[in-house]
Design a protein around this ligand. Structure first.
Ligand code: HEC
Ligand code: HEC
Length: 372
């Protein structure tokens, strides 16, 4: 008799026994976990060895709910074989050891940190601060139908803005409007209220020369991107623009100069499709030295770049910002979004609305860093 036949015979006998005595009596005969150590009661427990066996079930339920999964995420499907090894069981054991270590070394052994502290219903905890409105998004979904290439999306978007030639021939543009800043919510600012509506101007010349001016009550806050450098000035003397903010300024300016995107970002890939409000978009991801994750959302119907999100580095992973663009209006044959909504962490929102866009030459001297 081969092994498989013997096993089959064995299970046939077991099935017969089950039918004769009924399942209930079999279950009743199974040993019930009591206060004895789990390492003695269970077959394959190497971390939770001293935990009372009757705590195994609620412990496992804690883990499944904290990760937002079912038992079978870590175990074999057969619920009589929870002792079998799976790769995720080993990962989970490392996590259990880590949690025990943190509580022992950092919190005098109190159960302060649990799986839920980090996981919060997800298998992969997020390390980036979420941006305002992120809860309402699905993340990119698998594309249905033919998927365009990144080049096709950029070409269509460039055409929708008026064409590469018209964009290249613009001498300069001067946008005027307002900025409304809804600060993030915290202990000092329990409600999100519009702080101030301030005058705002942008002077833009080509793909990498740009000045923004925010007319504060007591001063003008000026930020300039000028080739590979930049400077910014509030009340005091001008200072260098932080390299990550320079990268952001270049990326945001590429909304009006789409041909720049392939130079600014590497690994550009179409990762799927996603709704942005009511509109279906193609989602493109890319990365750069200062902005580890950049995502672009191109409207499938109009080809416009409707949204742009980027991660900004810090000592602890990143902030995620998401800019939404709308109200694409044409001036001198070139379109540009006249309303930009910038969503930051914890309900922080800044809205830029432009009511006029003048096209004309701008003197290079305007962008020069003032000498103190
Ligand atoms: C996140 C992964 C994960 C999830 C989800 C999970 N388990 Fe476990 N389970 C483990 C690990 C790891 C062990 C071994 C623990 C050890 O070695 O100390 C284990 C051990 C067990 C054991 C002991 C098996 C034995 O005899 O050695 C039982 C019973 C068990 N789990 C039941 C469940 C049930 C029921 C669920 C769903 C409510 C569940 N588990 C969900 C990871 C998981
Ligand atoms: C200090 C934060 C933290 C705690 C606490 C924590 N985890 Fe994790 N866990 C993570 C991170 C971060 C990842 C993802 C790691 C990565 O992407 O490389 C992860 C990944 C996992 C995975 C792999 C998921 C997958 O699909 O690849 C499992 C399983 C897991 N954790 C189980 C647990 C369990 C069970 C606990 C509680 C005993 C726990 N974790 C506690 C941070 C934590």
């Amino acid at each position: 008799m081969g092994t498989s036949q013997r096993t089959l015979f064995g299970s046939a006998v077991a099935a017969l026994v089950a039918i004769l005595f009924g399942m209930a009596s079999l279950v009743a005969q199974a040993p019930v976990p009591g206060p004895q150590p789990s390492g003695e009661f269970f077959k394959n427990v190497t971390v939770l060895t001293t935990m009372p066996a009757h705590l195994m079930q609620p412990t496992m339920q804690q883990m499944e709910i904290a990760l937002g999964v079912h038992c079978v995420y870590c175990h074999e499907g057969n619920n009589t074989q929870r002792d079998l090894e799976t790769p995720l069981k080993e990962t989970a054991r490392e996590m259990m050891r880590m949690v025990a270590d943190i509580n022992r070394t950092q919190f005098e052994g109190r159960e302060v940190v649990t799986c839920n502290t980090c996981h919060q219903g997800r298998t992969k905890p997020t390390s980036a601060l979420p941006y305002n409105g992120e809860e309402g998004t699905t993340g990119p979904l698998e594309a249905t139908g033919p998927v365009p290439t990144v080049d096709e999306l950029l070409t269509r978007y460039t055409a929708a803005l008026g064409g590469a030639e018209a964009i290249a021939n613009l001498p300069g543009r001067h946008l005027t409007g307002t900025v409304t800043n809804y600060g993030h919510i915290d202990q000092v600012h329990p409600q999100r209220a519009p702080t101030q509506v301030l005058g705002y101007e942008i002077l833009a010349k080509g793909p990498d020369t740009l000045m923004t001016i925010q007319h504060n009550i007591n001063n003008d806050a000026v930020t300039v991107m000028n080739g590979d450098g930049g400077w910014t000035r509030g009340n005091g003397a001008p200072t260098d623009l932080r390299p990550d903010l320079l990268a952001v300024a270049k990326l945001e300016n590429a909304v009006m100069h789409p041909s720049q995107l392939t130079g600014l970002l590497s690994n550009l890939t179409v990762v799927g499709q996603e709704m942005v409000g009511e509109r279906s978009t193609w989602v493109v991801s890319g990365t750069s030295e200062w902005l580890p994750e950049v995502t672009l959302y191109f409207d499938q119907a109009t080809a416009y770049l409707l949204s742009l999100s980027y991660q900004q580095k810090s000592g602890y992973c990143c902030h995620v910002f998401r800019n939404d663009y709308d109200n694409f209006l044409a001036t001198n044959g070139v379109r540009m979004p006249m309303r930009w909504t910038m969503n930051g962490p914890r309900e922080q929102v800044t809205v830029y609305e432009f009511d006029s866009a003048e096209i004309g030459p701008i003197d290079d001297a305007r962008f020069a860093r003032p000498t103190p």
